[in-house]
Every structure is written in structure tokens, then in C-alpha cells.
Design a protein around this ligand. Structure first.
Ligand SMILES: [Zn+2]
Length: 140
């Protein structure tokens, strides 16, 4: 598929950030940086659901950054764990919609660990993350 110009492969420096290794993408407004394997897969005629899901996750962040203003969004994302968690939940709903449609499982346990751990600066408790993600998955 054809990708918008703001979607790029990860620069070497970002490759070593733990968020990158785990999420497959990062949003450095106005760009979306994707892991090279996902990016290359998206350029093929039949990209894998996982690659499309990663792109949609970052696209959701990007759209929400645009609608609330990038600076304000980033400030709130850094300062408020509950905001950070809700934004991730919204982005993961986008991830889930692609995975579920293609019958690909979503690892709520792994993502809950990430969201409640250092990777997302302890955005919420493990229990809340797990409950919210399971609810979202069931409602997808
Ligand atoms: Zn995210």
C-alpha cells in the first residue's frame, strides 16, 4: 500500500529506545516512525494485519495530537498518567479493530504490563490496564 509522506522508518537513534522495540512505532509529530520490518511490510501489496495495526495505532495518536494541538497534547501526555493511559487506550482500540477483524489475537497481558510499567512511566495499575483492555477487546 502507499503510505503518507509523514510515515517514515525509524531513525537509527530511535531504534534503541525501549518504546520502539516494543511498540513497533513512535510518534514524533509531525512524523510517524515505524519499525523497518513493519514499514517494509506496509509497502507490499498485502501487508500483515500487525503492520496495519501498528500504523493505525500511531495514526490515532497523530490525529488526536492534531485536534488538541500538539504542544498541549504532549504536555498532558508527559505530565498526567491518566491522560497518557486514556490516549494509549484509544490508540490500542484502533490496534484491536484491525487485529480482531483479521482474527489475530491481542496480548492484553503483555500490553497491560507495558502500560503499568516503566515503558509508559507507570500510566496506570496493571489491574486497571488489564480490565480496560479486555473490555475494549470484547467491545471491538
Ligand atoms: Zn501508543
Amino acid at each position: 500500500m502507499k503510505l503518507p509522506r509523514y510515515v517514515k522508518t525509524q531513525p537509527a537513534l530511535l531504534r534503541y529506545l525501549p518504546t520502539f522495540k516494543n511498540s513497533g512505532g513512535n510518534n514524533v509529530f509531525p512524523f510517524i516512525f515505524l519499525r523497518k520490518d513493519l514499514y517494509n511490510d506496509l509497502l507490499t501489496d498485502k501487508p500483515q494485519p500487525k503492520s496495519i495495526a501498528a500504523l493505525l495505532h500511531e495514526e490515532t495518536h497523530r490525529q488526536r495530537q492534531i485536534s488538541s494541538g500538539w504542544f498541549l497534547w504532549s504536555l498532558k501526555y508527559v505530565l498526567f498518567p491518566s491522560f497518557r493511559f486514556m490516549e494509549e487506550l484509544e490508540a490500542y482500540k484502533a490496534t484491536m479493530s484491525v487485529l480482531k477483524k483479521n482474527k489475530v489475537p491481542f496480548d492484553t497481558e503483555k500490553v497491560s504490563k507495558h502500560l503499568s510499567g516503566p515503558l509508559y512511566l507507570w500510566s496506570t495499575s496493571y489491574a486497571r490496564a488489564k480490565l480496560s483492555l479486555e473490555k475494549a477487546w470484547n467491545e471491538t
